[in-house]
Design a protein around this ligand. Structure first.
Ligand SMILES: O[C@H]1[C@H](O)[C@@H](O)[C@H](O)[C@@H](O)[C@H]1O
Ligand SMILES: [Fe+2]
Ligand SMILES: [Fe+2]
Length: 294
């Protein structure tokens, strides 16, 4: 694995061609520190409003209904690459660090991983597909509102951890005052495994269902990354450890590695799609059927 170099001139250094490793930039494409949810800016106001709506509406009941409905996978048939192309038209309103179309972010993430982990092809592909669930924003998928698709995720059915961004807005969530759901364990038990935990509904859980039900051959760490990559309370703040089992603990190591590339590869530097496409098509063929049910 390549050594990380310190650098200020992030946009120039990162994601350049050549054999060097991936360089973690100090500032995002707006010149601010990454994931600063308290900075004063127009974009941040939108982000805060996004989290207010998300926190109020993501209830246990809502999550169960969405899982059931979207778990049917009866909406569209398409390949992984076709889905990447669909994402071209969407910008994520929850993201304080990036306002580029999503396909850029997919390729930036995958290419950054590839620099430091050239032999882990499953991790490159995980990078490429981790956000494909954002296709839920598309009219063919019911055009879900942003609060039901993007943003950080968290468990529902137990207490909302204080480390979740803009935690204060949970006060208006009906589950917040429900004794069955507002205790440390709530509907769960010690070490029950994250697989048994309902996560707020969005692109992560949806893409996890799509990959699993279409019988991907990605390793369990790949599926884990897809389902929990937005679960910052877990992989950043070390909250909710009491719900994890042995396998979760193993997989969390890969998720922490992955997060570095997911977060810090966000930049205005474009990836040459046509150039890298053949490589990713070969990975898709290796780990997925040609057409998937969505
Ligand atoms: O705003 C971002 C974005 O929606 C990402 O796709 C998600 O994974 C992050 O957790 C979130 O903070
Ligand atoms: Fe994401
Ligand atoms: Fe992402």
């Amino acid at each position: 694995m390549a050594v990380l170099a310190d650098s200020n001139d992030n946009e120039l250094k990162q994601l350049q061609d050549g054999g060097e490793g991936f360089t973690v930039p100090e500032t995002n494409s707006f010149g601010q520190t990454f994931r600063d949810y308290d900075v004063e800016s127009e974009r941040q106001k939108g982000v805060e409003e996004f989290y207010r709506t998300q926190h109020i509406n993501q209830t246990c009941d809502f999550v169960k209904r969405m899982r059931e409905e979207y778990g049917k996978l009866n909406r569209v048939e398409m390949s992984i690459w076709e889905c990447c192309e669909l994402l071209n038209e969407f910008v994520d309103e929850s993201d304080p660090d990036l306002d580029e179309p999503q396909i850029e972010h997919l390729l930036q993430t995958a290419e950054a991983i590839r620099k430091d982990y050239p032999n882990e092809d499953w991790l490159h592909l995980t990078g490429l597909i981790h956000d494909l669930g954002k296709v839920l924003l598309h009219p063919d998928f019911g055009e879900l509102p942003q609060w039901a698709v993007v943003g950080d995720t968290f468990p529902v059915g137990c207490a909302f951890d204080e480390s979740i961004v803009h935690h204060k807005y949970f006060k208006e969530n009906p589950d917040y005052n429900n004794p069955a759901f507002n205790a440390k364990y709530g509907a769960y038990s010690e070490g029950c495994g994250l697989d048994n935990v309902f996560m707020s509904w969005g692109h992560d859980d949806y893409m996890y269902l799509v990959a699993k039900e279409n019988k991907t051959t990605l390793p369990s760490a790949g599926l884990f990354i897809i389902r929990y990559h937005s679960f910052y309370a877990l992989h950043r703040a070390d909250a909710y450890k009491h719900l994890m089992n042995e396998e979760d603990i193993e997989n969390l190591k890969w998720l922490k590695i992955f997060n570095k590339y997911d977060l810090y590869s966000k930049s205005k530097v474009r990836v040459d799609v046509e150039k890298v496409k053949p490589y990713y098509l070969s990975l898709i063929e290796k780990y997925f059927p040609e057409k998937l049910r969505w």
